[in-house]
Each structure stands twice: as structure tokens, then as C-alpha cells.
Design a protein around this ligand. Structure first.
Ligand code: SER
Length: 316
């Protein structure tokens, strides 16, 4: 990876990945693209281009113009939004992906796109979910993610494109809010804890899902992309996770720092159903073995850092 085009660069992952990569690879070498310009530091600290990922011609032109050797394709709708607008999700998530893969094939680029715990479904083993297992998701987002994993495998086997991917759990961060995801509660809870000392969770007590703190997610993308290709048995996509948690576990963790914090529940049936169709805890041993994945932040370390950063961001 020397020169990288990132799609969806103003999203939850992109906004932190771009800044980290600009620090490592040089500001000029990370080309951020998004459908909108929000004037943020991602836009102002290095090359930025407007790009609708369903416009394959423009994506191709930008990749050529900037002479990139890698595409990191992040632009996508998340699970709850995709459930509200399934056809839009198919067109955007799959249309954008196939455009990005085609350009990687035509210009001989390395390629990354995230998959998700959403690629699993109700018939998948719920605990210690293996790397290779049943994948019959019941959401449009999950259908997109499984299709994306298969398509990325196809481009590797058929065209020798160096495709790589991770099955991300819920990602928790203080920089940019996620939007329209099922795991978003685990971000909202920290914001509300700092702003109001109270949170009403749309995911029910006792519902376990995998989570990871954004610094670990960003590092895992870079580490996977820099890993020796010959060591990778699973390319698309590796299970990665740092913790398996329920809302009340995050609530208790927050109470260690904000003792008066209170948590109540107002369950959203749509997102609860999605959450229940996903694993409780996935097994990340293939990622550990094949390219040395390791998460630095557990729940306590993440809570401490999140609350500290959000106090600065929201209060001072
Ligand atoms: N965080 C995502 C979502 O909830 C899962 O990959 O949609």
C-alpha cells in the first residue's frame, strides 16, 4: 500500500482510517472520497474528491488520475437503514462494490472492503462462531455482506485481484457517529452518559453482540493489508472481535466512571430482531493465526478512553 483511494471516507470508519493512514503513508497518498463534502479535517488535510460509488466511470477516472495502488471501499448502508430501504441497499452496497472490484481488476490494485457479523444469520452457531460456518442471514445487509465476501473471493480466484476483508463487529468510536446500524446503541450509550447521565437502549438487556474500539479496527485494516499475501488462507473475510457484550455490561462499565449513570430499555423491535439473528460471540482465531490480529482495548479500557474523549468533545 503506497497510494490509496478510500470510498465512504467521511463515514464512521473512513474518517479515522484516513487520518491514521495519512500519518503513516503521507498526506498526499491517501485520496479520500465521499458523496458529500462536510469541510472536516478529512477534506482539508489531504486530497479529497466527491464520488458517488454507483458511478463506476468516475471511480475509475479518480483511481487513474491519482495513480493509486489500493482501493479501500467503505461506502455502504448499515443494517437498519438497509432493512428500511432494501432495494436502495442492494443497489448501493452491491453496485458500489462491483464497481470498486472491477476497477481493482482493470488497474491491478490491492483491495479491501469490510464484511460484518451481519453476514451471519439465525442458523449460524451463536457462540464461538467459527470462521467457516453456516451463513444464511435474514437481513438485506447480511445478504449484501455474504455476497460481497463471495464476490471478493471470486475476484481473487478468477482474476488474481489481491482482495482482503474483515468481518467487523459493532465499532465504537467518538470521532464520527455511525448511522442506521443495529450496534449503534453501543456508541449512543456513551454520548448520552456524558451528556445526560442516562440512556434508553433500543437493544434489550441480555442481548450479546461482538464489539471493537475504533483504534483496534483501524489498526486491523492496516495490518491485514500489510500482511504477507502467501500466509492468508482466508481473505474475505476474517472474523475479528475484541469483546462480546450486552447493554447492561456496557452500562455497568460506565457506572465505574459515572456512578449515577442509569440505563433503561425501550426496545426497537426491528433492530432487536436483527441483533438476535446475529452471533453472541465470534471466534477470531483464524485472524490471529494468519496475520497476527490482536485487539488492544477490552471493555474497561474502551469505556475509560471513550468517556474521557467524549467529555472533551461534548462538554469543554
Ligand atoms: N455495525 C453494523 C450494523 O449494525 C454491523 O456491521 O449495521
Amino acid at each position: 500500500m503506497k497510494k490509496v483511494l478510500v470510498t465512504g471516507a467521511l463515514g464512521q470508519i473512513g474518517s479515522e482510517l484516513v487520518m491514521e493512514m495519512r500519518g503513516i503513508y503521507g498526506e498526499e497518498n491517501i485520496i479520500a472520497t465521499d458523496i458529500r463534502d462536510n469541510g472536516s479535517k478529512v477534506v482539508t488535510s489531504g486530497p479529497f474528491e466527491l464520488l458517488d460509488v454507483t458511478d463506476g466511470e468516475r471511480m475509475h477516472d479518480l483511481a487513474k488520475k491519482h495513480q493509486v495502488d489500493t482501493i479501500i471501499h467503505l461506502a455502504a448502508l448499515l443494517s437498519a437503514t438497509a432493512e428500511q430501504k432494501p432495494l436502495l441497499a442492494w443497489n448501493l452496497n452491491m453496485g458500489g462494490l462491483v464497481n470498486a472490484l472491477e476497477i481493482a481488476r482493470q488497474l491491478n490494485l490491492q483491495f479491501f472492503t469490510p464484511s460484518s457479523i451481519g453476514a451471519f444469520g439465525p442458523s449460524t452457531p451463536k457462540d464461538q462462531t467459527p470462521q467457516d460456518t453456516i451463513q444464511r442471514p435474514t437481513t438485506m445487509y447480511g445478504v449484501n455482506k455474504v455476497s460481497g465476501e463471495l464476490l471478493s473471493d471470486y475476484y481473487f480466484h478468477k482474476f488474481n485481484v489481491d482482495t482482503r476483508g474483515l468481518r467487523f463487529p459493532g465499532l465504537i468510536s467518538y470521532e464520527t457517529l455511525p448511522g442506521g446500524g443495529t450496534t449503534d446503541y453501543a456508541v449512543d450509550i456513551y454520548y448520552q452518559a456524558v451528556m445526560k447521565g442516562h440512556y434508553e437502549s433500543f437493544i434489550d438487556r441480555g442481548t450479546f453482540m461482538d464489539m471493537m474500539y475504533m483504534p483496534d479496527a483501524v489498526k486491523s485494516i492496516i495490518d491485514l493489508m500489510e500482511a504477507d499475501s502467501s500466509k492468508l488462507i482466508h481473505r474475505n473475510a476474517f472474523n475479528v472481535s475484541a469483546m462480546s457484550v450486552s447493554p447492561e455490561m456496557i452500562g455497568q462499565s460506565i457506572q465505574r466512571f459515572i456512578p449515577d449513570f442509569t440505563l433503561r430499555y425501550k426496545v426497537d423491535p426491528v433492530r432487536q430482531q436483527i441483533a438476535e439473528s446475529w452471533p453472541n460471540a465470534i471466534d477470531a482465531s483464524a485472524a490471529k493465526q494468519e496475520w497476527g490480529f490482536r485487539a488492544k482495548y477490552d471493555l474497561e479500557a474502551m469505556t475509560e478512553d471513550m468517556l474521557q474523549k467524549l467529555k472533551v468533545k461534548l462538554i469543554s
